[in-house]
Write a protein that binds this ligand. Structure first.
Ligand code: ATP
Length: 374
């Protein structure tokens, strides 16, 4: 049974749909995340599940019981929410934590003890007498997290808590939060548009696009096998090409991409079988970091590399010419013209190994391409 569950949730603004989610549920002790681009409805779903906003249709169940309007405040006190902008009271750091506990009936001495413990845990105990509104963004978010955990909630809601923090602060806080989530085992609903955060923290992820769930799975699975083109782009897959399935051969599908042949492994634990019929027009996605390269014409485009004795093919091989190169942090983004543009990510040490115009052979496993659902 889910600790909290939403059914047939629909939120509209005038005539336009903001959110339409048939079912969403949080398992006890797990971290459930919602990912999606700006405006996809993540925060709206969080507000509905945290009982901060009524949906236009649908209902929320808490521990199996439908939440009625008269129950909302009582149940909300069993939850805690941390927002992107820390909503701290105009008071000292300690008072910010103690006040919430006192409202929930905790005696003054216990409230101070709990505040001390959680401020220590989030490494801000030294700030307890400071004025909360004078803290830096990172300090304020640590205090918000300490305040939320001090409430000992049954469900914790986190709405992009790291979005405003610089990269080192975000990374440090992410590690600390992960540690606290594991040690407390608190059920968590985590909203983010950053897949790295989600992959690090979450057990399960719902991807939202324009208010609709497009996939729900463990984060790594979404990263490896996104369900649709928009999601593939959102998770950063650099190559998405229209293709046509030409034939099935042994355990593979042979696809044509503007005259180039690609072999894709047919069997797999992801759902593209329904796209696999000969003659289908599909989209094929391929991550740039799954593509290897040799700086010479080591093979030709007829896939001879990786061809086994039984006639099966383990690798694709395409030849092309380097069209553009640019450094992006510690990787190089290279586009190779193979008849179609192929974007690949190359470790920075190869920066001087190629120049624009060089001939290059690309090869990638038949496991790497993903046939996307339409
Ligand atoms: N009260 C409202 N009236 C009209 N439109 C709204 C209202 N609240 C939200 N929206 C719209 O609904 C959509 C979803 O908003 P929401 O904040 O849930 O998205 P989000 O995925 O959390 O976005 P972000 O990542 O930018 O925070 C947006 O297009 C937003 O403009």
């Amino acid at each position: 049974m889910y600790i909290i569950e939403g059914q047939d949730i629909s939120v509209r603004a005038g005539k336009s749909r903001i959110l339409e989610v048939k079912r969403v549920g949080l398992e006890e002790g797990k971290v459930f995340s919602v990912i999606g681009p700006n405006g996809s409805g993540k925060s709206t779903l969080l507000r509905v599940m945290a009982l901060l906003q009524n949906p236009d249709d649908g209902c929320v169940y808490f521990r199996g019981e439908r939440v009625l309007p008269r129950d909302r405040i009582r149940i909300r006190r069993r939850m805690a929410v941390v927002f992107q902008e820390p909503l701290l009271l105009d008071a000292t750091v300690e008072e910010n934590i103690v006040t919430g506990l006192r409202i929930r009936g905790v005696d003054a001495a216990s409230a101070r003890r709990r505040a001390g413990f959680w401020l220590e845990r989030f490494k801000v105990a030294h700030l307890s007498d400071r004025w909360a509104r004078a803290l830096s963004g990172g300090e304020a978010q640590r205090v918000s997290l300490a305040r939320a955990f001090a409430l000992e909630p049954e469900v914790l809601f986190l709405d992009e808590p790291f979005a405003n923090l610089d990269a080192p602060t975000r990374e440090a806080l992410l590690l600390e939060l992960s540690d606290v989530l594991h040690s407390t085992g608190v059920t968590t609903f985590f909203v983010s548009h950053d897949f790295k955060e989600v992959a690090f923290l979450a057990d399960r992820t719902m991807a939202l696009m324009e208010g609709l769930p497009v996939q729900e799975a463990p984060p790594q699975r979404i990263l490896d096998y996104p369900a649709c083109e928009k999601l593939a782009r959102f998770v950063g897959i650099e190559n998405i090409w229209p293709a046509k399935i030409l034939e099935e051969r042994l355990e593979t599908l042979i696809a044509d991409i503007k005259g180039l042949t690609m072999v894709v492994k047919k069997a797999g634990d992801y759902e593209y079988e329904r796209c696999s019929s000969v003659g289908d027009e599909v989209k094929i996605a391929l991550r740039g970091d799954k593509i290897n390269f040799i700086p010479l014409d080591a093979c030709s485009n007829n896939l001879e590399i990786g061809c086994c004795q039984d006639g099966s093919i383990k690798q694709n091989c395409w030849n092309g010419r380097v069209k553009s190169l640019f450094a992006f942090g510690n990787v190089i983004r290279m586009t190779v013209d193979c008849g179609i543009d192929v974007n690949i990510s190359v470790p920075a040490q190869f920066m001087n190994a190629f120049k624009i115009g060089d001939n290059i052979s690309l090869y990638f496993s038949i496991d790497s391409p993903i046939i996307l659902k339409k």
